[in-house]
Design a protein around this ligand. Structure first.
Ligand code: NDP
Length: 445
């Protein structure tokens, strides 16, 4: 790390003790910014970097709710409004038992840069709760969402802060959250949440956008080196929203997608994943991957293991943070992987990411590769603001253009700062410059 940034990083460590994932996300960005600081010392002189690492506002609150047995349960919820230099805070809500402040801050910090890369006017934020939706009835999920929104609503608004989904938060949860916001405020403010159902202001392609965008970004990286995903063996981790639609787009582009996972293990299906079956199990029944292997003769389920022990040419980690480590990265390289794109946020450990880069594997970091989700959320806000609804084809065309733009911005910045082909440096530098310039224009706030 550049010596002028080291002391800032020390401050981040001291001020945010114990928040391991947040430290990791900040370190990754600061390690890229050395050449920028040499060229533009004003960013350090005017404390832009220190300000960027300190959220504008952090909310932590209690969420009491009653379960189906009549017992009162208490969860903790968070909203970190990290940076509004480019627009209203924008970023999803995650419901998972592992959620604590350090996870929300890492995600919120990443979101600032990701949102800048889309070229759309959105700031960065993130939220969530340690609530575990697994095994909960619809009625319990609804009561939890209503209680959470009863506190959160006062901090939201289409020009203030606009949440969306993430792990454990999909269309069902967004529906309950929107209903409660509308009831409390007595306003039909469609643009206050994204990821809504199509019946009430949702955008076509939002569900598909993150996964599709990840594959479009991958195809751009491959095309830049004269290759394509067509005909290649692809493995995906996770079997949630991002994973399913990454697999779908890869298949559309002619790839052979053979594996996916959940927190219980993974399936390999040499005949190619049957996405209708996967969707039925995961999206409709909210079931487990073991059911996939039971229903399909060509598939085998491996319990308790990581999908990254399987060989593939293109790896799309789409589950969760730090799910792919150095040993697995070395294994993938040994088995001939040529491209890795992070559909999830920070799924590769720093050591794994370094191995891919050192070995010449194309590596698309999450803040670039999975930016299609938030970009399409911003398109949803545009449709809501103009009381309009676009076709799937038009929305996908916009998404494709945006992802090509993200790739272009990363590639140009990497070239300009002397690191051609380094998408991590390119993503961090390009987005930092945009956010930092906006912050400087706004004065010391
Ligand atoms: P979902 O809840 O729809 O799916 C998550 C998937 O990952 C599930 O298959 C889940 O398995 C698996 N998973 C979660 N935690 C673990 C774990 N600790 N170990 C192994 N598998 C795990 O979430 P999304 O698909 O929406 O999100 C996935 C990733 O993509 C996250 O990192 C998210 O931040 C990122 N992302 C999402 C966007 C979106 O638009 N949804 C936008 C940009 C990034 P199980 O069901 O067993 O828990």
């Amino acid at each position: 790390m550049h010596e002028r940034l080291e002391s800032h990083f020390e401050t981040v460590l001291a001020r945010n003790a114990g928040e391991r994932e947040f430290h990791q996300a900040v370190r990754e960005v600061l390690e890229s910014l050395g050449p920028v600081v040499d060229k533009h010392p004003e960013y350090v002189d005017q404390a832009v970097i220190e300000r960027l690492c300190e959220p504008e506002r952090q909310l932590i609150f209690r969420v009491p709710w009653t379960d189906d047995q009549g017992r009162v349960q208490v969860n903790r919820a968070f909203r970190v409004e990290f940076n509004s230099a480019l627009g209203p805070y924008k970023g999803g809500l995650r419901f998972h038992p592992s959620v604590y402040l350090g996870i929300v801050k890492f995600l919120g910090f990443e979101q600032i840069f990701k949102n800048a890369l889309t070229g759309l006017p959105i700031g960065g934020g993130k939220g969530g709760s340690d609530f575990d939706p697994k095994g909960r009835s619809d009625a319990e999920v609804m009561r939890f969402c209503q209680s959470l929104m009863t506190e959160l609503y006062r901090h939201l608004g289409e020009y203030t802060d606009v949440p969306a989904g993430d792990i454990g938060v999909g269309e069902r949860e967004i529906g309950y959250l929107f209903g409660q916001y509308k009831r409390i405020t007595n306003r039909y403010e469609s643009g206050v949440l994204t990821g809504k159902g199509l019946a009430y202001g949702g955008s076509r392609m939002r569900k598909e956008a993150t996964g599709y965008g990840t594959v479009i970004f991958t195809e751009e990286m491959l095309a830049a080196t004269g290759r394509s995903i067509s005909g290649r063996r692809v493995a995906v981790s996770g079997s949630g929203n991002v994973a399913i639609y990454a697999a779908e787009k890869a298949i559309q582009l002619g790839a052979h997608v053979v594996a996916c996972s959940d927190s219980g293990g993974y399936v390999v299906d040499e005949a190619g994943l049957d996405l209708d079956l996967l969707r039925e199990i995961k999206e409709v029944r909210r079931g487990r991957l073991t059911e996939y292997a039971e229903a399909r003769g060509s598939a085998r389920h491996v319990a308790g293991a990581s999908v990254w022990s399987e060989s593939c040419e293109v790896a799309l980690p789409c589950a969760t943070q730090n799910e792919l480590d150095a040993e697995q990265a070395a294994g993938l390289v040994g088995n001939g992987v040529i491209a890795v794109a992070e559909g999830a946020n920070m799924p590769c450990t720093p050591e794994a990411a370094r191995i891919f880069q050192d070995k010449g594997v194309l590596f698309g970091p999450g803040k670039a590769a999975n930016a299609g989700g938030v970009a399409t959320s911003a398109l949803e806000m545009q449709q809501n603001a103009s009381r309009d609804s676009w076709s799937a084809a038009y929305t996908e065309e916009r998404l494709t253009r945006i992802m090509k733009g993200v790739h272009e911005r990363c590639a140009v910045a990497a070239d300009e700062y002397g690191q051609p082909g380094n998408y991590v440096a390119g993503a961090n530098i390009s987005s930092f410059l945009q956010v930092a310039d906006a912050m400087l224009s706004h004065g010391v706030i």
